[in-house]
Ligand binder design. Structure first.
Ligand code: OFO
Length: 170
């Protein structure tokens, strides 16, 4: 069983993960509109990861005998000024998600629910990787001033990214 407080907090996080999926799909669509298909692919894959994050939590709430209540998703931003501004906003968003996972963990600790604490450790670790990946991308884009041949080279590299279900989650 989950306490009401934990169930509510997990439901809020499920909404944030689905919003992340939606946000990254909007970013992917923006990159499609400016013909940067590698960046579009990167965010399309990122959106699939977010769907996985949301569903992993969705299933966990049910496994714990709780109830999932889906809420409305906010409208994501659809227009951006440049590739680098998208990546910087993605990094900002991931920092916000890390903060929300940490707050969720704080609640699980206060409620003394060891199964939720154990479950959330996967997300704590995942956020380290999420932030590191986007931080590197921001750094690379700054090195090339976010334009020209460097931008096209990174775009080509990002075409190779594919979604794979995390091994530890199988
Ligand atoms: Fe679910 O980690 Fe990004 O938002």
């Amino acid at each position: 069983m989950l306490t009401q407080k934990l169930q509510d907090a997990l439901n809020e996080q499920i909404n944030r993960e689905f919003f992340s999926e939606y946000l990254y799909l909007a970013m992917s669509a923006y990159f499609e509109s400016i013909e940067l298909e590698g960046f579009a692919n990167y965010f399309n894959v990122q959106a699939q990861e977010e769907h996985f994050h949301a569903m992993k939590m969705f299933n966990f709430v049910h496994d714990k005998g709780g109830r999932v209540f889906l809420k409305a998703l906010d409208q994501p931003k659809n227009e951006y000024g440049s590739a680098i501004s998208v990546i910087e906003e993605a990094l900002e968003h991931e920092r916000h998600i890390t903060d929300s996972i940490n707050k969720l963990m704080d609640i699980a600790i206060k409620e003394n629910d060891h199964s939720v604490i154990s479950f959330l450790k996967w997300y704590v670790d995942e956020q380290v990787e999420e932030e590191a990946t986007i931080t590197r991308l921001v750094a690379k884009l700054k090195m090339i001033n976010g334009e020209g041949l460097g931008l096209l080279t990174i775009d080509t590299e990002l075409l190779a990214r594919t979604f794979t279900v995390p091994v530890e989650a199988n």
